[in-house]
Design a binder for this molecule. Structure first.
Ligand SMILES: Cc1cc2nc3c(=O)[nH]c(=O)nc-3n(C[C@H](O)[C@H](O)[C@H](O)COP(=O)(O)OP(=O)(O)OC[C@H]3O[C@@H](n4cnc5c(N)ncnc54)[C@H](O)[C@@H]3O)c2cc1C
Length: 419
């Protein structure tokens, strides 16, 4: 379109929105939205949800409520511990969501959700209502007896704790002992603690000679990508890593920097204590969390509607599904949910056979990575997402090429979520 045609087109569009009122010409009121959606939490699940709901939901008004003005990605945050990244390279804003897609972004804390009236209450006192509420508030951590301060940071939600753990590692003496604890599954990013262990082990070799890394895993075995991680622990990292499975932390003594565990007392100079995880307290308070372990929110994976409250949808790490708790999966769940709501608002039904996929790279050294991938398909009989047999694959080992691909995969995922 040349400039003249563009100007004519935009002028006719402007004229079309003018209407005659009794006292003269006035701008027509904006169209009444077909439906209203509130998204709680602007992380990997919530930001994708808000964007795609606007893209696919014709005339759907979307309000995204997020407590922080910027999102700091947990994905890639272990590289901050080895000084290969800084948090600013993992920080994303909400400008594109509001400017490009028309999402109404509200920076505030959601303090209550009413699943019957479909309203949310914000810390500022504002109340918002909608036809549907999509909750993507991520995870909360179990309390660990004795842990009253940040002396043993989890750094499992990126931010201040990540910086603190990086500082503790940097300040540790040579010949020191680092401890990483892994909670019982399910937890956020199944390969995450093992890849962090590999990365830190590689860093210790270069930066803190004669140091040791003890990995205390509450699970009976490495929970994912066992071939690669056990080869790494027994191969390049054998002199540094001591991996112990079936060891649970029962309490801590921050003064003595020690852990009481099911396997005895363990002391460390730096302790990366990753507690057991559950759905955000807001999901619990809203009555969405149930099931045998009572930790996450069961959903109908055709639309991510909560089984406890059908007008509330739960995506990302707070939901209980058969898919891993991962940013890539949160992004996929958001798209399935946005598609389902777009169809419902138009009088249709959710897609009866959704497919999601997950790709994940794990750092095995500071310059090499492995990968893991899976495709999940809806199983109508069991009403769950099941992995497609041939799609469950992992790389045979780790290479610098996969490390480079990891950076590209991350850039693509974050652009799809926030740009
Ligand atoms: C070290 C590490 C490495 C990882 N690596 C990978 C990886 O390689 N690949 C991968 O796919 N995944 C990875 N993950 C997992 C990934 O980060 C999470 O699975 C993903 O962030 C989950 O998305 P979410 O939307 O559920 O939660 P989040 O991304 O945590 O977003 C939740 C948002 O909700 C907001 N919020 C919470 N409560 C409220 C409230 N009451 N009011 C307003 N806002 C609220 C929070 O501020 C936050 O912005 C990794 C995680 C870690 C810790």
């Amino acid at each position: 379109m040349d400039r003249r045609t563009f100007l004519m087109a935009s002028t006719s569009a402007a004229l079309a929105s003018l209407t005659h009122s009794g006292s003269g010409w006035a701008l027509a009121p904006p169209p009444v939205p077909k439906a209203r959606v509130i998204v709680v939490g602007g992380g990997m699940g919530g930001a994708t949800m808000a964007k795609y709901m606007r893209l696919w939901g014709d005339e759907v008004a979307v309000t995204l409520v997020e407590r922080n003005p910027k999102y700091v990605s947990s994905i890639m945050s272990s590289l901050v511990l080895t000084a290969q990244r800084d948090l600013s390279s993992l920080t994303f804003g909400y400008e594109a969501l509001s400017r490009r897609y028309g999402v109404d972004v509200v920076i505030d804390d959601v303090v209550a959700v009413d699943p019957v009236r479909t309203t949310v209450k914000l810390a500022s006192g504002t109340a918002l209502s909608a036809d549907r509420i999509v909750m993507a508030p991520g995870i909360d951590f179990d309390n660990v007896p004795g842990l009253e301060d940040d002396s043993m940071p989890h750094a499992w939600t990126a931010g201040l704790q990540t910086t603190l753990l990086a500082r503790q590692l940097k300040g540790m003496r040579s010949n020191g002992v680092v401890v990483i604890t892994i909670p019982k599954a399910p937890f956020r990013c199944p390969p995450g603690p093992y890849e962090r262990a590999c990365l830190i082990a590689d860093w210790l070799k270069a930066e803190k000679p004669r140091s040791k890394l003890i990995v205390l895993d509450a699970n009976p075995d490495i929970v994912v990508e066992k071939d690669n991680f056990s080869r790494a622990f027994l191969g390049p990292h054998a002199k540094i890593v001591e991996y112990l499975s079936g060891v649970e932390v029962t309490s801590v003594d921050v003064g003595a920097m020690s852990l009481s565990t099911s396997g005895g007392l363990v002391r460390g100079d730096v302790i990366n204590l990753i507690p057991a995880q559950r759905a955000s307290a807001l999901a619990v308070a809203t009555g969405l969390v149930s099931g045998s372990d009572g930790r996450f929110a069961p959903v109908d994976v055709l639309s991510y509607a909560s089984v406890a409250a059908p007008s509330i949808h739960v995506i990302g790490d707070s939901s209980a599904t058969t898919q891993p708790k991962a940013g890539h999966i949160a992004n996929q769940e958001a798209k399935v949910c946005a598609d389902a709501l777009a169809r419902l608002f138009s009088g249709g039904q959710p897609d009866p056979s959704p497919v999601t996929n997950s790709a994940c790279y794990s750092t095995i050294t500071r310059t090499e990575a492995s990968w893991l991938t899976a495709v999940f398909q809806y199983d109508a009989a069991a009403k769950v997402m099941t992995p497609v047999a041939q799609s469950f694959a992992a790389s045979d080992g780790w290479t610098p090429k996969y490390f480079k691909e990891m950076g590209k995969w991350f850039d693509g995922l974050m652009a799809d979520t926030f740009s």
